[in-house]
Design a protein around this ligand. Structure first.
Ligand code: URP
Ligand code: ZN
Ligand code: ZN
Length: 453
């Protein structure tokens, strides 16, 4: 064996048990009570530590052209930060350029990613923006290439109309793809924005006021209605509002295959952050909502209706966030988070808010299963050795200086965590060691994924 992790507590999506874990050629090859007799090049003592699967962040935007600029983490910086927070696979939302086939988008982004040199593995969802000239018919060839999920935005200038969204869902049923959706009501938020601007209400708080709870809730219900009418599976990204949570819970109770993702920033912050002096730094869409929505999200995490946690990692530099100091419309939407997701959710497990297996289920096992990453998402013989060693007694305070993104600020500044990852392995290679990135540019590979049956 190449690596033996001894005496740790293994955490899977179902259970926790004390065992040794052996790795060879990047794969988990043994999990047993005592592997001390097996010859091994490198032994790590994990006494008192938890041994977990690396997290899978199914929602990031790396080098994403958006808001008049490009998000500040490329595929190297974003995956370096991921590795240092225990995330061993990231999904990028790659936007289709006008006239591009869906496979061309994927291959263009694959080339860009490989040029940046990702530090951990990555996968691509393609954001569909152009259905003209039969481009939607190219979904099958993208699926055959291993890109089995696509996204539609109901907002932004590159978003699609309901009829196009409906056609995308129809096509997904033919091809075995899963459609992800950013659900907010574009018309209403733009009307509210115009009214606020006319009244001179331009501070960051009005970003929230222009897209309050019902703007997301209505679109969540509409998106589910289209999926229901076709009996098509649907994955709602970055759920932020109570009405949307209720709509998904109701759809699940009906037996529909509707998945719900939420993000740590909706679980931790409320709309009050937009009243802060640095409120612009928190501007993302959808915005954080009121306490009732946050409570509904936590309840859904606990009862199993939230399927995945992801970050929507989309950082911008402080100087870019400052463009909107006096006008919320000029603030590029998005925040850094890829390094904070697993530590945050695991610290909630450490506090007893959820169990460690539940944290593993929503941060690793479910995203792997939902998006067809068959080699990832669990500690089991035959799976990729994407492993995190977590010290439940290590205290850690988030500061910009101890983060590994290229961004120059973090909305998580000052967050005190009890418990923190101490090592991260990507396919058996150590990439993070006690505060230091020790991986290499270009180690990460594109993960091609299975379509749905
Ligand atoms: O504010 C955000 N979320 N920026 C990234 C784009 C998106 O909507 O996911
Ligand atoms: Zn979005
Ligand atoms: Zn996003």
């Amino acid at each position: 064996m190449d690596l033996l992790i001894r005496n740790g507590t293994i955490v899977t999506e179902k259970e926790m048990f004390r065992a040794d874990l052996g790795v060879k050629d990047g794969k988990i090859v043994a999990i047993a009570e005592d592997l001390s007799g097996v010859p091994c090049d490198h032994v790590v003592d994990a006494t008192g530590k938890l041994v977990l699967p690396g997290a899978i962040d199914a929602h990031t935007h790396l080098a994403f052209p958006f808001g008049g600029t490009v998000s500040s983490d490329d595929f190297f910086a974003g995956t370096r930060a991921a590795a240092c927070g225990g995330t061993t696979t990231v999904f990028d939302y790659s936007g289709q350029a006008k006239g591009e086939t869906l496979l061309e988008t994927a291959k263009r982004r694959e080339a860009e990613a490989n040029e940046d040199g990702p530090a951990v593995d990555y996968a691509l969802h393609v954001g569909i923006t152009d259905l003209s000239n039969g481009l939607l018919d190219t979904m099958q060839e993208a699926v055959d290439y291993g890109i089995s999920s696509f996204k539609v935005y109901m907002v932004y200038d590159f978003g699609v109309k309901d009829g196009d969204f409906y056609q995308v869902l129809q096509k997904s049923k033919e091809t075995g793809a899963l459609i992800c959706v950013h659900a907010e009501n574009k018309e209403v938020l733009s009307t509210l924005t115009d009214q606020l601007v006319a009244e001179g209400k331009l501070s960051a708080w009005y970003h929230y006021v222009s897209r309050p709870e019902f703007v997301a809730g209505e679109a969540d219900r509409r998106a589910i209605a289209w999926a229901r009418s076709l009996n098509a599976p649907l994955y709602i990204v970055h759920m932020s509002d109570k009405e949307g949570v209720e709509a998904v819970t109701q759809a699940k109770d009906e037996g529909l295959e509707i998945y719900m993702e939420t993000c740590p920033h909706y679980l931790h912050f409320t709309r009050d952050v937009f009243k802060r002096e640095d409120g612009r730094n928190f501007v993302c869409s959808p915005p954080m909502k009121g306490q009732e929505s946050q409570d509904a999200l936590w309840e859904a995490v606990k009862r199993g209706d939230v399927d995945t946690i992801a970050t929507d990692h989309c950082p911008f530099m402080q100087s870019e966030k400052d463009w909107g100091k006096d006008d919320f419309r000029k603030i590029p939407n998005g925040c850094a988070g890829v390094e904070n997701m697993y530590p945050y959710m695991l610290s909630k497990a450490n506090e007893g808010v959820i169990s460690f297996p539940r944290a593993v289920e929503i941060c690793s096992f479910n995203p792997a299963k939902i998006f067809g990453c068959t080699q990832k998402g669990s500690l089991a013989v035959g799976k990729d050795a994407d492993i995190v060693i977590y010290d439940p007694n290590k205290d850690f305070t988030v500061h910009q200086e101890n983060m590994h993104s290229d961004s120059d600020h973090t909305i998580w500044e000052g967050l005190e965590l009890h418990g923190y990852p101490v090592q991260t392995y990507s396919r058996g290679r150590l990439v993070y060691d006690n505060g230091e990135f020790v991986g290499e540019r270009g180690w990460g590979k594109l993960i091609k994924r299975a379509a749905r049956k």
